[in-house]
Structure formats: C-alpha cells, structure tokens
Design a binder for this molecule. Structure first.
Ligand SMILES: [Mg+2]
Length: 220
C-alpha cells in the first residue's frame, strides 16, 4: 500500500542534502585531539553526528570532566567553513528527488542542527540555498536541539503544517528520534559512508539507501 502524500517534507541538512560530515567530522576530531580530548573518528561519528554544537559541547564536557578551551569553536569554525566552501558536494541524487517532490506540489523545508552560517556555506556552494529560501530552520532557533522534537515542531509551525502531515528525512539517530518524538514519519537515509543503519532502524526510521528511492517512499 502506498503511503498517503505528506503536506511537508522536512530535510535535515548535513548528510541528507549535502555530504558535509565526511569533511567536517575529521576536522572536529583533529581539533579535539589537539586540545587534549582523546576521541576517535568512529566515536565522534557514533556520538556527535546530528547534534547541535551546543549539545556536542555539553556531551564532551561531561565525558571528559572539563570544558572545551577558549576559542575552540571559533578556530574550528574557520577551518571547517573554509574546507566546506572548497569541497562540499550535494548528496548523490538529492537534487532530482527534490525536483520530483516539488513537481508534485509538496512543500519542503530544511531543519538542521547546524547554524545558519554553516548552511549558507554548504547550501550556497551546492546551489541548494535558493530552493529553500525563507524555509531554512536551525537548532539555534529553539531551546532544545535534536533528539528533542523542538526544531521539527518549530519548522512545521512556521510552515503552517500539522506534525502528522510531515515527513522528515534524516541520516542521524538523534534526528530520527526527534522526528518520532514530534509525531512525524522519519525516513532514514543510510546511503552515506558513515551511516549507522542498525541505530537508525532501532530509533524508528524507515531505512533507504539511495535518494532515488525517496519519491516512492513519499507515495509518489
Ligand atoms: Mg544529518
């Protein structure tokens, strides 16, 4: 049976629209290691992806029993934004999927744990920013980031849609949990190189591995 069409598709940004995590996460880990926080790339991919920077900082401070050094985020941001501006690409197949969704008259927006400044870089370089103008929401706009439902509920409210009529496309476990907690249907893109399919499925996401599969999952 085909699912009934959603009114709104909410896209996560990093790992769903743009292939940014493969660039930003190794830089994050290198900066952490240099600052005396011993964490591996694998641990960072497991524990930090999909969360806001504020949430990552809180988690790291708790785990290591000390705060990040002064200026850490500024230095990291300068290097990360420069690397993203030079190298980030759209996730394979996502532009064609968006074309199809828009052609069907279904509304779209973006809801990311990242800041607006980061999305300006990644969505700007990949040419996606114009397609979501005025419909880009960040965890910086709400009290609690993913896995709490706040950001997705905020996006739905701003778009004038009921949560039950929304589908969320996510690639991280906190994101899938946030969508489920918001009463939205979570679709879990597991086609990225650092995806963790078991964790995404356990969190309640419907797994798919190619963006070409997305329209059919939406009922198109
Ligand atoms: Mg993501």
């Amino acid at each position: 049976m085909r699912p009934s069409l959603p009114d709104l598709v909410i896209f996560d940004c990093d790992g769903v629209l743009v292939d940014s995590e493969v660039i930003s996460n190794p830089l994050f880990v290198a900066h952490l290691n240099r600052a005396g926080f011993a964490i591996t790339l694998e641990e960072a991919n497991r524990d930090l992806i999909g969360r806001s920077m504020a949430s990552c900082m809180a988690l790291l401070a708790e785990r290591f029993g000390k705060p990040l050094p002064e200026g850490f985020l500024d230095d990291l941001q300068v290097e990360t934004f420069a690397a993203l501006a030079e190298r980030v690409e759209p996730v394979e197949g996502v532009i064609a999927a968006i074309d199809r969704i828009e052609a069907a008259g279904i509304a779209t927006c973006v809801a990311s744990s990242g800041e607006h400044a980061k999305m300006a870089v990644t969505l700007g370089r990949t040419g996606l920013i114009g397609r979501f103008e005025g419909r880009i929401f960040s965890a910086t706009e709400v009290a609690r980031g993913k896995p709490f439902p706040d950001l997705f509920l905020h996006a739905a409210t701003r778009m004038g849609m009921a949560p039950a009529a929304c589908v969320v496309v996510e690639d991280s476990e906190p994101g899938i949990r946030a969508a489920a907690a918001a009463g939205m249907r979570p679709l879990a893109y597991a086609g990225g190189t650092i995806a963790r399919p078991e964790a995404l499925a356990a969190a309640g996401g419907t797994l798919f591995r190619r963006m070409a599969e997305l329209p059919a999952l939406l009922g198109l």
